[in-house]
Design a protein around this ligand. Structure first.
Ligand SMILES: [Zn+2]
Ligand SMILES: [Zn+2]
Length: 457
């Protein structure tokens, strides 16, 4: 491991002795930790704290928390740099370079340009590095929004903003990487760090990176990622087993009629009226066609007919989304939407083209991986700050990873209690930066425990 200035400056406390990172006299994690780890998921978290091995776990927790705290000022600087320099999906060249530079400074050998602008780095642990691999993923693209937070480190790229918190994700994973690099000699297995571009734009950076050979050499046994959650206060962590987030597909209609004077509609085929009927008719997809127990959303976000008060246009363009939680129903719904749209247009003398852009599948969290995150989060922030979450109709291309590898995608609260709520994808999104230290530590702790626990061996 190549030493870097910031790695060397933090002493690490291991209960009864202190040592400086980079020196190699520390033993692997104790058998006690392994015995403890093997019990994760089989009993409530508070039992772990009180178990006979609790001291070892407490020592590890204390060590990781101390490292997260000691490095936090620097990690927040990284986050602010990323926030100041947001880049749109598939254009994250500056971000890629920044992340790769940080990883190299930790002694890793990052591979850049995977899936065009993605980065991957492997951390080979000191004990049986080829025997098990845990992947940790963060996304790092920004959105086409003009920031209005007034923060001193607000976006310097006009019309682009980290409004989905991906700057928080990326800096936190860099923070976790920094911690894990200093625990390298005692890690039992390897850790793959995945910094993913273009989460916000189809086909999604996850698929682009996998198509570009991300797992060609090593296929991880487990994969973890998180998203910040403004609905949840700082200090809280949440997760859900099984189906968690919806599949999403984009729908683009072109409805054609025959334009004319608004005063002589009988000489026209009015595409605005046809489009209106299509919008209303498609409401039955959710209310009459979707299985009642299957969450489904069909929403329209754009209707454009370029006429005027007295001009009937030739065509109308519409855009929308459909989201759900079942692959078979997803495809059936596409077919029904197409049949209703075209049937309505034809019955009214017009035509309809429907283009369906297949997006992301629904996210399925592996039960055992999710229980592991839950138990580790209970250790890290206390059981009273951990909650089981409901389904969400939002979507995530992490679903592609979760289709290949047992996964857990969880949530970390970023709302500063007592301040106004500001949502994701809004130009006034504010992140409580204390969540970065928490995320760095928790992600690192969960990774160490996952390597010890090996629930997917
Ligand atoms: Zn987003
Ligand atoms: Zn996001």
């Amino acid at each position: 491991m190549r030493k870097s200035a910031h790695v060397e400056q933090y002493p690490i406390c291991w209960k009864t002795c202190c040592y400086v990172a980079g020196e190699k006299q520390m033993p692997p994690f104790s058998e006690n930790i392994r015995i403890f780890a093997s019990r994760v998921g089989q009993s409530p978290a508070h039992e772990h704290v009180n178990s006979q091995n609790g001291m070892d776990k407490q020592a590890l927790l204390g060590e990781i928390k101390a490292m997260a705290a000691a490095q936090n000022a620097e990690v927040i600087e990284w986050r602010r740099w990323l926030h100041r320099h947001p880049e749109l999906s598939q254009e994250e060249y500056g971000t890629m370079a920044f992340v790769a530079e940080r990883l190299a400074a930790m002694g890793l050998k990052p591979r850049t340009g995977i899936g065009r602008t993605g980065v991957m780095a492997m951390l080979r642990g000191g004990v049986e590095p080829d025997s098990y691999c845990v992947a940790l993923r963060a996304d790092y693209d920004a959105l086409p929004l003009t920031e209005c937070t007034g923060l001193p480190f607000a976006s310097e790229n006009e019309g682009v903003m980290h409004a989905c918190g991906h700057d928080m994700h990326t800096s936190s994973l860099l923070g976790a990487a920094s911690i894990l690099c200093r625990l390298r000699d005692r890690l039992r297995g390897s850790i793959m760090f995945i910094f993913e571009p273009s989460e916000e734009k189809y086909p999604g950076g996850a698929r682009m990176m996998m198509d570009d050979g991300l797992f060609a050499e090593v296929k991880p046994n487990e994969i973890y990622s998180f998203h910040c959650l403004p609905e949840m206060d700082y200090g809280r962590v949440g997760m859900k087993k099984g189906k968690y987030m919806a599949s999403t597909d984009e729908l683009y209609w072109t409805v054609r009629g025959r334009g004319g004077h608004g005063a002589t509609p009988h000489l026209s085929i009015d595409p605005i009226v046809i489009a209106s009927h299509i919008v209303v008719s498609l409401q039955q997809i959710v209310s009459r066609n979707a299985p009642p127990m299957m969450p489904t959303v069909l929403s329209f976000g754009k209707i454009i007919g370029q006429g005027r008060t007295n001009i009937i246009p030739d065509e109308v363009k519409m855009e929308g989304i459909i989201r759900t939680f079942d692959e078979k129903w997803r495809l059936e719904a596409h077919e029904k939407i197409r049949r209703i749209s075209c049937g309505v247009a034809e019955a009214m003398g017009g035509e309809c083209d429907l283009f369906i852009d297949y997006g992301y599948p629904y996210v399925v969290n592996d039960d055992a991986c999710t229980q592991q995150v839950h138990d580790n989060a209970c250790d890290f922030v206390g059981e009273e700050h951990v909650e089981w979450l409901d389904l969400r109709m939002t979507a995530e291309d992490f679903a592609f990873f979760a289709q290949k590898i047992p996964a857990c995608y969880f949530r970390i609260g970023i709302h500063e209690p007592g301040t106004p709520f500001s949502n994701l994808h809004r130009p006034n999104l504010i992140v409580d930066e204390r969540s970065i230290e928490l995320a760095s530590g928790l992600v690192a702790y969960n990774a160490v425990m996952a390597l010890e626990n090996r629930i997917k061996a």
